[in-house]
Design a protein around this ligand. Structure first.
Ligand code: ADP
Length: 312
């Protein structure tokens, strides 16, 4: 058991939450060390962690969340490409934060799997993969990449909170890209709550063109609206195919089928475009390489570099 596991062990399962009228009075509260404060109503005052996290991120100039309604649509791929594309400018200091507690794939894609997180007086220091690009993943803290999958909600939320509070980004970070878990789960709500005072610039939503993904992105849009997260726009991933040899692009899904663009129009949010599917990118992610600098002429790299330019 890691030290983080040990600290989370005290959180009662099925905790009704400090904002609930049952706080401190529900059955799972019996024996909880926080029962007294929760039943007194004092716990419903905002969690001090929210201000601590806001303070930790205060000097970061721009902060983007990457969200998707479903797993497997390319959310982590977009997060990592976005970070790499920002970092392609040597004058931009970039951080990539992976809070995808049940599927932290960022360390693998960024080629830093198995790195040990170092602790200093001011918190956990991220891992540097380039001089101007640092990575912090919840995966660095888990005993195994799958260990959080079987945890109950309060324990996951406790780890997310501790993680966001402890990471020390130092000063001088220009951009922070945050990869989140897919969907609109409890963990999502925790992330939105803990980051609520951190001045997030907005969310980039990732979807594939198929209806199954689009339906879930609708929920994601609703989630952003309810939690006051501005939406920067929607990226439609893998609707266009780029040949690895001749770089010719072909449409796997005709534009007329709607997909991300129709959804963006419906909700009057910007459509950021179609990120082409490129088998070389899949390989590059599996091998932890930098696709943006290795294949700058690929339509997929150009898409990301152009996106980053437009975000400035
Ligand atoms: P998610 O984070 O949404 O679960 P991932 O980013 O892990 O999804 O992507 C799932 C798989 O699809 C990975 O193997 C990734 O390399 C691949 N992939 C995602 N987007 C692309 C793309 N545009 N071109 C090629 N492969 C892609």
């Amino acid at each position: 058991m890691s030290s983080t596991d040990a600290e989370m062990a005290e959180v009662p399962e099925h905790c009704p939450g400090t904002q609930s009228e049952k706080a401190g009075k529900a059955e799972p509260c019996d024996g909880c060390p926080n029962q007294k404060i929760c039943s007194s109503g004092k716990a419903s005052i905002p969690d001090p962690a929210i201000s601590v996290i806001a303070g930790k991120l205060a000097s970061v100039k721009r902060k983007y969340l990457v969200l998707s309604g479903k797993g497997g649509v390319g959310k982590s791929t977009v997060s990592t490409l976005l970070a790499r594309a920002f970092a392609a400018n040597a004058d931009t200091n970039v951080g990539l934060l992976d809070v995808d507690i049940c599927g932290p794939s960022v360390p693998r894609i960024m080629g830093c799997e198995g790195e040990i997180v170092h602790q200093s007086g001011s918190g956990w220091s991220p891992v540097y993969v380039e001089e101007n690009l640092s990575v912090m993943s919840i995966g660095f803290l888990l005993d195994s990449p799958k260990s959080a999958v079987i945890w109950r909600g309060p324990r996951k939320n406790g780890l997310i909170k501790q993680f966001l509070m402890e990471v020390d980004w130092g000063t001088g970070l220009d951009v922070l890209v945050i990869d989140t878990p897919p969907g609109t789960s409890d963990e999502h709500l925790s992330i939105a709550t803990y980051l609520s005072k951190a001045n997030i610039d907005g969310a980039i939503l990732v979807t594939t063109p198929q209806d199954v993904s689009i339906i879930d992105v609708r929920k994601e849009i609703d989630f952003c609206k309810k939690t006051n997260i501005p939406i920067i726009g929607i990226i439609e991933n893998m609707s266009v195919f780029v040949c690895c040899n001749c770089q010719h692009s072909s449409e796997l899904f005709p534009k007329t089928s709607g997909g991300g663009e129709a959804l963006a129009n419906e909700f009057q949010i910007p459509f950021l475009g179609r990120l082409p599917m490129d088998p070389n990118l899949t390989r590059s992610c599996d091998e932890g390489k930098n696709f943006i600098t290795d294949s700058p002429e690929s339509p997929t790299s150009k898409f990301m570099l152009n996106l980053v330019n437009n975000l400035k």
